[in-house]
Design a protein around this ligand. Structure first.
Ligand SMILES: Cc1cc2nc3c(=O)[nH]c(=O)nc-3n(C[C@H](O)[C@H](O)[C@H](O)COP(=O)(O)O)c2cc1C
Length: 375
């Protein structure tokens, strides 16, 4: 990312032998570099503009990937991008799906004009629908097409373009396959950052969800890439859910990407920032500043663009986990059903009511935050 420069080496005492700080080239696309140590993974129906807004309020240090957007959808909706991806920001990377160089180029141009600062190409999605359209993970079997797509993007835009791939597809997987795939793609394009979801894609599985669990994780196939391609940057993804694991991966690669852990516990970004960037905010302190900010934004969106209450509250449903989260989610579920039939409350009213009911029910007034008086 333009504004996410690599932190100085001195900050890395906490994780012991942190890898050497690597030097990057001097061409515009390498100095404008889209890489943070920790990133939030692209997740369809999760990392929408609301969830990313929440993550951005929680942490300014992480890179945030949008859910995958098909290039044709970007082009078709070029006049209402704000409703698609929200405002462009230095933290945001927009993930594109598709395999048509022309549309990819058009989408890149549209996004660059909109102010987006970094793009990512999806080479890992194994869902049957995506397979049928020959993009996502299937493209790993056609590296020449990947090259064509990346070149088309770079021909019209100077945005950094990273790729997010698997360790392979079906029986074409493993360290050698991965090395060769990366070699072919990066030697013929300006791609310099590779995110590897450390499990292969199995195309015969009937649900994308199974492809997040069944193929085993092989971090050991990802780690050697850093020394094989010292001029590139690698981010590892898949099954990472503790600060210890993050620190351990960062000794082997340049970045880590987390998906489901952040979906179920967005405040984990606070723990990460405290460990990596020596911030010292507690989760409660973050909730205190985040709720008024997020809910003010949500109320404006609700009034302005008639966004459904469901979409607006979805990002914060896990904010009280570990305190009175289960009761909060239960009250929220019921309240949303009522609102769907007879909508008349703002997002902040609904959340505040459910928050109070959950506290009363749980008998815990654990939010020292005093958010209740602010709300
Ligand atoms: C609900 C959901 C939606 C996802 N959508 C995308 C997507 O749009 N693009 C993508 O590259 N990966 C997508 N993924 C995969 C994640 O980015 C990530 O690679 C995967 O969840 C493994 O990381 P994790 O173990 O930290 O969750 C999705 C995963 C989930 C759970």
């Amino acid at each position: 990312m333009r504004h996410l420069s690599r932190p100085p080496a001195a900050k890395w005492w906490r994780i012991g032998s942190f890898p050497k700080i690597r030097q990057y080239g001097t061409s515009p696309s390498t100095t404008v570099f889209n890489h943070a140590l920790v990133s939030v993974a692209p997740m369809v129906d999760v990392t929408d503009r609301f969830f990313l807004r929440l993550c951005g309020i929680i942490s300014s240090k992480s890179t945030l990937y949008s859910e995958m957007m098909h290039a044709r959808a970007i082009v078709a909706n070029r006049d209402r991008l704000e409703q698609f991806i929200g405002p462009p920001s230095a933290q945001l990377v927009v993930q594109l799906g598709g395999n048509e160089p022309d549309y990819m180029a058009q989408a890149a141009e549209v996004l660059q004009n909109y102010g987006v600062q970094a793009l990512n190409l999806n080479l890992g999605c194994p869902s049957p629908k995506v397979q049928n359209c020959n993009f996502g993970a299937r493209l790993m079997l056609d590296p020449d097409q990947v090259v064509a797509v990346c070149r088309a993007v770079h021909a019209v835009s100077d945005l950094p373009l990273s790729i997010k791939c698997r360790t392979g597809v079906d029986d074409q997987a493993g360290p050698e396959f991965l090395r060769s795939f990366i070699e072919v793609v990066t030697s013929q394009t300006q791609v310099q950052h590779v995110v590897v979801h450390a499990r292969k894609a199995l195309l015969h599985l009937d649900q994308a969800k199974k492809n997040l669990m069944i193929p085993p994780l092989h971090y050991d196939w990802v780690y050697p890439l850093r020394s094989l391609f010292p001029h590139l940057t690698f981010t590892v993804n898949g099954g990472i859910s503790t600060v210890e694991a993050i620190l351990s991966h960062l000794r082997q690669v340049d970045g880590v990407m987390l998906g489901r852990k952040i979906r179920s516990d967005p405040l984990f970004l606070v723990d990460i920032d405290n460990a990596l960037h020596q911030t010292q905010e507690t989760r409660n302190q973050v909730v205190t500043r985040l709720l008024p900010q997020y809910l003010t934004y949500a109320d404006v969106e609700q009034a302005r663009s008639k966004v459904s209450l469901n979409l607006l509250v979805r990002p914060i449903q896990h904010i009280f986990s570990g305190v009175f989260g289960r009761n909060f989610r239960r009250f929220l579920g019921k309240r949303l059903q009522l609102e769907a039939k007879n909508p008349n409350a703002t997002c902040s009213q609904v959340v505040h009511e459910c928050w109070e009911m959950a506290q009363t029910k749980t008998g815990r007034h654990s939010c020292e935050s005093g958010w209740c008086s602010n709300a």
